[in-house]
Write a new protein. Structure first.
Length: 359
């Protein structure tokens, strides 16, 4: 009989992409896979129409007043009821939770049927849904180190597997960078929570660097309403550019870049580390429990990046930091050496081994 796994994930890319990558992997291994998520994830499902899914309506009580908290708990209660009905119908052998409040109802409902629950955390701060599920889970898989807010009594459940990236990236074979090439390539990865301020700051910095006599090539993610203005700005200043609001060719852009400027979501910086692409991390200051800052500081302490907090993210500060890196290319080499320790090449094998006794 075909083994069935239900994957549950919240609505942000940091939760959804690892879930989708793992679903595809286990599907190719012959497992039957289903995704339970909420309305926010419909656009991910449109891009992956082969995925079977259920959409549930749920909510979070976090950062709400008393009345709204009560209403949230009512919505969550009915989401758990719907989740119970899904489990009765689907009869999975395992539930895999990836965090985000949309993952909580079906993960919590696993307790009524004694279905093994495995949760995955990629950040250095345990997400609130995952934190509330620690006691119910059979195993807790981690992308990096044990989160700072992890409860000591559950450490016997921990299995460090690495960051779940796309197989295209985990199969990437690193090519040594040409330190003597004339043009310096910079990649900007703003993400949905950072592209606006990056669009305002980075373009002027690139112009300042060019005026210092450096040949710069810029690949920049931006918001759709910034795209034409940025293209026109770079064209006017004769700077080779590729400005995009979406691309399927992210691996090529990452692997061909000398330096990235990026938010510090767990998946994004893990991709940069795996491909040995040095980066300047600009943590999103409003991330839940400040997890982007902790992610960035973790890699900075390991020598894998530079951190520039958003309150210091000015044109002059970014210019000075990039110029410091450009003037001493050995800094880039040292970062790439440090990154060699953070390969995610065997992550799928480690996940499969971690769950094989449960399903």
């Amino acid at each position: 009989m075909t083994k069935k796994i239900i994957f549950s994930s919240g609505g942000t890319g940091g939760h959804m992409y690892p879930a989708i990558h793992l679903m595809k992997y286990f599907s190719n291994k012959g497992y039957e896979t289903l995704l339970v998520t909420d309305e926010r994830c419909r656009h991910y499902l449109k891009k992956n129409p082969e995925l079977n899914s259920y959409i549930i309506r749920t909510d979070t009580p976090t950062n709400k007043n008393f009345i709204k908290k009560i209403l949230s708990f009512v919505v969550i209660f009915f989401a758990i009821i719907k989740s119970i009905l899904i489990l009765i119908k689907e009869k999975p052998g395992l539930i895999f939770g990836f965090g985000g409040y949309a993952s909580f109802p079906i993960s919590f409902a696993s307790r009524f049927f004694n279905i093994p629950l495995v949760i995955y955390e990629s950040n250095l701060v345990l997400g609130r849904a995952n934190k509330n599920l620690l006691s119910l889970s059979k195993k807790i898989l981690l992308g990096t180190d044990v989160p700072v807010n992890f409860t000591e009594k559950y450490k016997n459940k921990v299995c460090q597997v690495g960051n779940i990236l796309s197989e295209e990236i985990t199969n990437y074979e690193h090519i040594e960078k040409n330190e003597e090439k004339k043009k310096f390539s910079i990649l900007v990865l703003g993400g949905s929570q950072g592209a606006e301020i990056f669009g305002k700051i980075v373009s002027s910095v690139i112009k300042m660097i060019k005026e210092k006599g450096y040949e710069i090539e810029i690949n920049q993610h931006c918001l759709q309403n910034q795209k034409d203005l940025l293209i026109e700005y770079y064209k006017k200043n004769e700077i080779k550019n590729n400005v995009f609001d979406f691309t399927k060719n992210i691996l090529h852009l990452i692997s061909s870049s000398d330096l990235a400027i990026s938010r510090s979501g767990a998946s994004t910086i893990a991709e940069l580390a795996h491909t040995q692409t040095p980066y300047i991390a600009v943590p999103y200051p409003h991330s839940v429990d400040n997890h982007q800052y902790l992610n960035a500081k973790y890699y900075e302490k390991k020598g894998c990046c530079w951190v520039l907090e958003q309150n210091n993210f000015t044109s002059i500060n970014l210019f000075n930091l990039v110029m410091e890196i450009l003037k001493d290319k050995k800094k880039l080499k040292n970062v790439r050496e440090a990154m060699k320790k953070y390969s995610s090449k065997n992550v799928y094998y480690k996940v499969e081994k971690a769950i094989e006794e449960l399903i």
